[in-house]
Ligand binder design. Structure first.
Ligand SMILES: [Ca+2]
Ligand SMILES: [Ca+2]
Length: 90
């Protein structure tokens, strides 16, 4: 039984090393040069960023540095509103 457990753990470790994107901590680096409000980091601020920020606020998408418009380290409805204002004022 112990041998089997060690084998499974070894297989998982090998997969984490060999399969890109599976390893813990393999997230892309944050985009510090992206404009505030460019939540999806595609270089433009538009309605897609509103939707992206809403998904982040709901915990359905990993947060990005640019989505935290008010820089309080939390993505929430205040950031959604801020992105909406940015989009409307373009
Ligand atoms: Ca964008
Ligand atoms: Ca925020």
């Amino acid at each position: 039984m112990r041998k089997r457990k060690v084998g499974v753990i070894g297989l998982v470790l090998v997969l984490l090393v060999l399969v890109p994107g599976v390893a813990v901590g393999s997230h892309p680096p944050p985009c510090y040069s992206c404009a505030l409000g460019d939540a999806n980091e595609d270089g433009v601020i538009n309605v897609l960023d509103i939707t992206t920020t809403e998904l982040m606020a709901a915990g359905l998408r990993p947060p990005t540095f640019a989505a935290d418009v008010n820089r309080d380290a939390v993505i929430d409805s205040l950031d959604v509103t801020a992105v909406e204002i940015l989009v409307v004022n373009q």
